[in-house]
Design a protein around this ligand. Structure first.
Ligand SMILES: Nc1ncnc2c1ncn2[C@@H]1O[C@H](COP(=O)(O)OP(=O)(O)OP(=O)(O)O)[C@@H](O)[C@H]1O
Ligand SMILES: [Mg+2]
Length: 236
């Protein structure tokens, strides 16, 4: 397993937000965490990347125990998170946003430049808008920038928090085409989504999270066919 989370518990003061959560992601897989508002999806991702403290449980990544590691070290070990709501630096240029994505990792200037070229090849719109302030991009373009910024650290695992949130249907399609392309290129992805239909169409497997607990897991097809999942998450 590339990522293994075992019996994770997270609290906000006395609120038990994540309850004995265990999930795993194999190299090359796209795994989705489905859940309603407040289920604990963001909390799960933030605690994997070290941004929220864990009360108990273990997280291992690439064979290394990262449970107590600081966020920048977790980034360096190969985990990159695309945060909920994108959070690009709106006053900085597109290019400077990308540069910040590899700020924490030690790599030569040449390699970082090559990475920018690869991201421009993947997202031609970002190349066109290279010198433009990120705040002037559309929501969908900002999502591409946020993904590009995360890719700058050449992660082994990409954590995506609701990439489709607030986007028009056309951009939702575009973003999921990007995710599918990343998956085809072998990038390992842990995806969090409320839009279960589209998430299950790209993911290999999924977990269903309800009030901090995993209540179901299986292949995407199994969950698409599951009557309870259909009613609760697929708008059936
Ligand atoms: N900083 C915080 N302080 C206190 N409670 C919090 C905090 N952040 C989240 N929570 C609570 O923890 C639970 C899980 O929240 P979380 O943001 O992880 O859910 P989510 O599944 O990402 O929801 P959404 O789909 O709305 O993004 C919720 O009950 C939320 O109210
Ligand atoms: Mg969230």
């Amino acid at each position: 397993m590339l990522l293994e989370v075992n019996n994770l518990n997270v609290y906000y003061e006395n609120i038990h937000a994540i309850k004995d959560l265990s999930i795993s992601v194999k190299e090359g897989e796209t795994v989705c965490l489905i859940g309603a508002n407040g289920a604990g999806k963001t909390t799960t991702l933030q605690s994997i990347s070290g941004l929220i403290p864990k009360r108990s449980g273990e997280v291992s990544f690439s064979g290394e125990d990262i449970t107590k590691m600081k966020p920048h070290k977790i980034t360096r070990s190969g985990v990159a998170q695309v945060p909920e709501g994108r959070r690009v630096f709106t006053n900085l240029s597109v290019l400077d946003n990308l540069r910040l994505g590899s700020f924490a990792i030690s790599d030569s200037i040449e390699n970082k430049q090559k990475e920018i070229e690869k991201i421009y090849a993947r997202f031609p719109i970002l190349k066109e808008r290279s010198n433009q302030r990120a705040g002037t991009l559309s929501g969908g373009e900002q999502q591409m920038l946020a993904i590009g910024r995360a890719l700058m650290s050449r992660p082994k695992l990409l954590l995506l928090d609701e990439p489709s949130m607030g986007l028009s249907p056309i951009y939702v399609q575009k973003i999921f085409e990007v995710i599918r392309a990343l998956h085809d290129d072998g990038v390992t992805i842990l995806l969090v989504e409320q839009n279960a239909n589209i998430a299950l169409s790209v993911a290999d497997r999924a977990y269903v999270l309800e009030t901090g607990k995993i209540v179901k897991s299986g292949s995407s097809q199994e969950l698409l066919d599951d009557p309870d999942v259909k009613v609760a998450y697929l708008g059936a």
